[in-house]
Each structure stands twice: as structure tokens, then as C-alpha cells.
Write a protein that binds this ligand. Structure first.
Ligand code: GAL
Length: 331
């Protein structure tokens, strides 16, 4: 026979276990526009960023604009997550001095990392510029490790064209593309070379002047978005669709009521999350604070997308179930 006290203890332990197993999983809640703390409690520094998925882990790279950065250096932040909500800080993946004689106020913006399975190298593209934005090139840094030790390789003008804001797109067949804004001509979608160290082939030049370019492939259609050329100030971002990356592209339409100026944000990427029940496409935008860049915020929202239409809903708290792919706005 079990003594009374032990039986009581056993009941308490069983009760506690039942409580543990019945406890709902921590909600995976995204708060657009708020401070977004990493695992150390610091606001995430990955502005103008991009996401690379390796296995089940998402890596978020972006401009690391912490207040205590060395003024002459530029940094690329790297964070990892299993659920796209809780992010672990890795030391900046790239920390570099101006690669050319560009002066103290040189520019490294919108870094995007691709993984090349053939060379087993991580290839980081970024916008490299002088303080007056007249250099207008892409820079490349590579590493054997996803989250660290990127070393600068070279810079160039893709396809010989001026290049400022860049975006990345990896199609469902694994082909990798650089999206770049070329002031005289427009919005380019260009295929990378086999080793990703060059921009090899123009796939499409959309004669629209748009920055913050991003592309997603969803239910048989390509959707491209971009913003107008208004610097750090928000404007109505627009989208177009095409059945092939090479076009023809539809006319561009607003992704939200034009008067809300993309809810104060600017596009940087669209991230497709394919789950067991649903596919969610996340709009990743930056809410820039030009005078306090380190405090620039993120506007991530699940897009209303399908049948050739794309709408950015008004920002609200939302939850994401990374396994099922379901997003619940207001949840
Ligand atoms: C924006 C661009 C940013 C940054 C800024 C500078 O249009 O998207 O990445 O270059 O201009 O004014």
C-alpha cells in the first residue's frame, strides 16, 4: 500500500505534469511597428533585410545599425529563429571598413544572403555606395558559415548598370535572382551565375522606377512589389503580377490605400511560409527612422494574396503557426 503522503505527492506531481502537457504553446505573436527584442532583449538590428532558410532554421540578415557601432565600419546583423518570431542574436556576420576610398559616410545597405549548394558558400550581396549614392554598385562577401566570418570579395555594377536598392528571390526550382533598381532604366530581375558570384542574365527589366524590390511565387503567379523613390519617407508601395518572371507584367497597383503610405513602411522582402495546412506570404517592411536609425522598426504582416490580387492589411498583432503555416490576424 502507498503511504498517504506519498500518494498525495504522486497526485500533485501527476497534476503538475497534466498542467504542463495541457499548457498551450507560447503564442507566436508578431507586433508590427513595436520594438522587436532578440533573445538578449535588444531591439533587432536587421534593417532592409532578407531571410535565408536552412533546414528548419530561418536566418534574418540586415543592416545592423546599433548606436555603439564604430562610425567608420558597417555591420550586417544575423539572427536565427525556428518560428520567425523569437530571434537569437549572432554576432554581426559582417563587420567591415570601406572597401574602396569612400569616406567615413559610406553606405552598405540591404544585405541579402544566398546559399550556393555547389560551392557550399554563403554569398552575401549588398548595396555598396558613397555618401552621395553616386557609386551605385553591389558588393559581395562570402563565408563558409551561415552566421559569421563573411569576407569582402568585390564590387561591381550588375549587367553594367547602376544599382542601388537590391532584393533577393529564390524560385521554387532553386534558381537565384537579384532584384536591383537602376535609376535610368527601372526595376531589374536578373539571374545569378552558377556560383552566385556574378549577376549573369537579365530576366526582365520592368520600366518602373521602384526601390525595395521583392518577388514571390504564389499559386502559379509571380508577384513583384516595390516602393517609389522617396528616400527614407514612406510612399504607396505597389505590386504587379506575371505568369513568368520574364513578364509580361501587369500594370502596378497599390498594395494598400494610397493615403496610408504602406502604413509608414517600405518593402524589403516577401517571405513564403509553406505549412502543412496553409501557405502564408509575409510582407516584410521597414519603418525607417532616419534620425535614430537604430530604432527603425519592422512591419511584418501576412498578405492577403491570390488570384492576381495582393493587399497589405492594416497592421495588427498576429500569430503564426510555423508548422501549419496558418496566420491569425488579431490573434
Ligand atoms: C531608400 C532606400 C534605403 C536607403 C534610403 C536612403 O529609398 O530604400 O535603402 O537607401 O533610401 O535615403
Amino acid at each position: 500500500m502507498i503511504p498517504k503522503t506519498s500518494a498525495l505527492c504522486a497526485l500533485i506531481v501527476m497534476g503538475a505534469l497534466a498542467c504542463v502537457s495541457a499548457a498551450p504553446a507560447k503564442p507566436q505573436t508578431v507586433h508590427p511597428g513595436d520594438v522587436w527584442p532578440d533573445d538578449k532583449g535588444n531591439h533587432i538590428q536587421a534593417h532592409g533585410g532578407g531571410i535565408l532558410k536552412q533546414g528548419k532554421t530561418y536566418y534574418w540578415f540586415g543592416e545592423y545599425r546599433a548606436q555603439d557601432n564604430e562610425p567608420s565600419l558597417r555591420y550586417v546583423g544575423c539572427y536565427s529563429s525556428q518560428d520567425l518570431v523569437h530571434w537569437k542574436f549572432h554576432a554581426p556576420a559582417l563587420k567591415m571598413a570601406a572597401p574602396e576610398n569612400l569616406g567615413e559616410r559610406w553606405v552598405l545597405e540591404r544585405p541579402k544572403v544566398f546559399y550556393n549548394a555547389k560551392t557550399k558558400l554563403y554569398v552575401m550581396y549588398f548595396h555598396l555606395d558613397s555618401s552621395d549614392y553616386s557609386l551605385a554598385r553591389v558588393g559581395i562577401a562570402t563565408s563558409k558559415h551561415v552566421d559569421r566570418d563573411y569576407t569582402y570579395l568585390k564590387s561591381f555594377r550588375p549587367l553594367g548598370q547602376i544599382s542601388r536598392d537590391i532584393g533577393q528571390f529564390v524560385d521554387d526550382d532553386g534558381s537565384a535572382y537579384l532584384i536591383f533598381e537602376d535609376r535610368p532604366n527601372g526595376f531589374h530581375i536578373a539571374k545569378l551565375s552558377d556560383d552566385y558570384l556574378n549577376v549573369e542574365k537579365e530576366v526582365c527589366l520592368i520600366p518602373m522606377h521602384m526601390e525595395g524590390g521583392a518577388v514571390v511565387h504564389y499559386q502559379g503567379l509571380y508577384y513583384a512589389i516595390g516602393s517609389a523613390l522617396t528616400g527614407w519617407n514612406p510612399n504607396p508601395n505597389k505590386y504587379a503580377t506575371a505568369t513568368s518572371l520574364s513578364g509580361p507584367w501587369s500594370e502596378f497597383k497599390d498594395i494598400a490605400p494610397p493615403e496610408v503610405n504602406t502604413y509608414g513602411s517600405q518593402s524589403t522582402m516577401m517571405l513564403k511560409v509553406v505549412g502543412s495546412k496553409s501557405t502564408t506570404v509575409i510582407f516584410m517592411g521597414d519603418i525607417w527612422k532616419p534620425k535614430t536609425q537604430w530604432d527603425s522598426r519592422y512591419l511584418w504582416m501576412p498578405l492577403e494574396i491570390g488570384d492576381g490580387k495582393l493587399t497589405l492589411p492594416a497592421p495588427k498583432v498576429w500569430t503564426l503557426d510555423i508548422k501549419t503555416g496558418e496566420a491569425l490576424v488579431g490573434g
